[in-house]
Design a protein around this ligand. Structure first.
Ligand SMILES: Cc1cc2nc3c(=O)[nH]c(=O)nc-3n(C[C@H](O)[C@H](O)[C@H](O)COP(=O)(O)OP(=O)(O)OC[C@H]3O[C@@H](n4cnc5c(N)ncnc54)[C@H](O)[C@@H]3O)c2cc1C
Length: 500
């Protein structure tokens, strides 16, 4: 039986996988590629999540692809519009034809003898095997089959309905009902004002507050620029303006956290009713950007609190009761529907297991190279977007770098690129340096990062742009080589052992 071979195999047809395919098509036109997608749809996150009001919480001029302008002046976009944008990009660039839906990649084995990955996917009850020269994981960062719900004591006693935002029932009728949304992250702050439009009352129940910033729903500069410039000229201006604003707000938070804290507190206070307990409900105990900052368009969350349709309770859950939730303070919140906006389960590299020349790769023991490849794992890259800015800013850079690497290997007649771990005793820290619960729950299983470039993740677009688009692809962190004939394989062992 002949096994199909492609130059590049992309895992995932979400925002990143489609972007990766478009970059390959433009920057490496001679390369063959396929996209394996476990679901039956394009769009990943933006197809999966269907809860009321689902939207981006970063601006679309940076969440959109660098190569395809986002033309709507709305700053934050609804999930359906983002899904359409990704789908339309795929068909405009003709990469939709390369997608094989219903193919879940489960295993990848690298051989230095052939300089190829052998990749196994499940397609229904069938097992499908392909080989590729470069494996490019664009599989997101969380489990699709199950969102995270803590074990709430008494959950089985509750007589109403419990819903997780990741598995929203299409026909859920909440008109006039009492809803409690558990959580205070981006999903909760989106759901509360959206559900408050129809529900009897919505309570956001949080254990501790989150920083929430209000953003104008429509970008005034975008409105003006679109009147006088074509999108291909307006878009880069808007993109850089927002990169600058995001970077400045992140740097301000890191350097002067006290000042940023008081700006955010004041912003919330101005939009809440007089006498509202801002410190209890909207002033977190951590510094801004230790966890992702939430944004709300035109202060919609604050508006629904002001109108009395929504409220915030900051307390701990003692247990679920037949009629709702009993809190540690003794108060009972009555509910017809409880929404558990309690987060995601992290899943690195789409859950696939990998081996390099017969040795299993332990992700937690690898060190990321430029935040996109793993020490000791040849011809492999993964897309992890920024946590302090739009995902796509980094995703575009990762794809562009992969194309540069592939072109460089062709030009220098080498087939293998293997990132090396940092030498010496550099302190290693988790690759995703956020203190959010969903990160901390899985931190040991995640790759690490080093203290200096090219192993340090800077979370800074302007700096990364220079490093990834202008910096040399030949550096101390990367070893280039050619396919290793069987008898010479032993000599290569030390590089492989770096995989842990
Ligand atoms: C509700 C929500 C809102 C968000 N809002 C923002 C935002 O405003 N701004 C921002 O920057 N980020 C946001 N994010 C992060 C968001 O996930 C990224 O913006 C972006 O969508 C990630 O794209 P992706 O293609 O890398 O991953 P995903 O969107 O997760 O897509 C991954 C794809 O890979 C497929 N896949 C996974 N494993 C396998 C496998 N083993 N085999 C085959 N296929 C596989 C999946 O089915 C999926 O289609 C949000 C996330 C969530 C959950």
């Amino acid at each position: 039986m002949t096994v199909e071979h492609v130059d590049v195999l992309i895992v995932g047809a979400g925002l990143s996988g489609i972007g990766a395919a478009c970059h390959l098509r433009q920057e490496c036109p001679g390369k063959t590629f396929a996209i394996l997608e476990s679901r039956d749809a394009i769009g990943g996150t933006w197809d999966l999540f269907r809860y009321p009001g689902v939207r981006s919480d970063s601006d679309m001029f940076t969440l959109g692809y660098q190569f395809r302008p986002w033309t709507d002046p709305k700053t934050l976009a609804d999930g359906g519009s983002i899904r359409e944008y990704v789908k339309n990009t795929a068909s405009e660039y003709g990469v939709d034809k390369a997608i094989r839906f219903g193919h879940k990649v489960v295993r990848a084995e690298w051989s230095s003898e052939t300089a190829r990955w052998t990749v196994e996917a499940e397609h229904g009850t069938e097992k499908v095997v392909l080989t590729c020269s470069f494996l490019f994981a664009n599989s997101g960062y969380y489990r699709y089959d199950q969102g995270y719900t803590p074990d709430f004591p008494g959950a089985e006693e509750f007589t109403g309905q419990v819903v997780h935002p990741q598995h929203w029932p299409e026909d859920l009728d909440y008109a006039g009902k009492r809803v409690v949304v558990i959580g205070s992250g981006a999903t909760a702050v989106t759901l509360v004002p959206a559900m408050a439009e129809q529900a009897g009352h919505v309570t956001m129940l949080q254990r501790s507050p989150t920083y929430i910033a209000s953003l104008p729903a429509v970008d005034a500069l975008a409105q003006q620029l679109h009147k006088v410039l074509p999108s291909r000229l307006a878009y880069p201006i808007l993109r850089w303006k927002n990169v600058f604003v995001l970077t400045a707000s992140f740097q301000l938070s890191r350097r002067l956290p006290g000042l940023m804290k008081s700006i955010l507190r004041k912003g919330a206070q101005m939009q809440l009713p007089d006498g509202y307990d801002v410190d209890k409900h909207f002033t977190p105990h951590y510094n801004p950007w230790d966890q992702r900052l939430c944004v709300v368009p035109d202060g919609d969350l604050f508006k629904s609190i002001r109108s009395g349709k929504a409220s915030v309770v900051t307390d701990h859950i003692e247990r679920f009761t037949p009629n709702g939730i009993r809190l540690r303070s003794g108060e009972e919140l009555e509910a017809d529907i409880i929404v558990t906006a309690t987060g995601l389960n992290l899943l690195p590299v789409g859950g696939l297991s990998m081996s390099v020349d017969g040795r299993e790769v332990e992700l937690g023991k690898t060190v990321a190279y430029k935040g996109m490849m793993l020490s000791g794992v040849p011809n492999f890259a993964l897309t992890i977007g920024y946590t302090n800015a739009s995902w796509t800013l980094k995703a575009d850079l990762v794809s562009q770098y992969v194309c540069r690497l592939l072109n460089h290997m062709d030009a220098t007649s080498r087939q293998i690129c293997t990132p090396l771990p940092p030498s010496g005793d550099q302190d290693l820290i988790p690759l995703v340096d956020l203190k959010s619960g969903y990160v901390l729950r899985s931190v040991d299983a995640m790759p690490k990062q080093g203290a200096v470039a090219p192993w340090k993740l800077h979370q800074n677009y302007a700096r990364d742009r220079l490093l990834m688009l202008r910096g040399s692809v030949e550096d101390e962190g990367m070893r280039f080589s050619s396919a290793v004939p069987a008898e010479a394989a032993v000599v290569r062992r030390p590089v492989v052992e770096a995989a842990g």
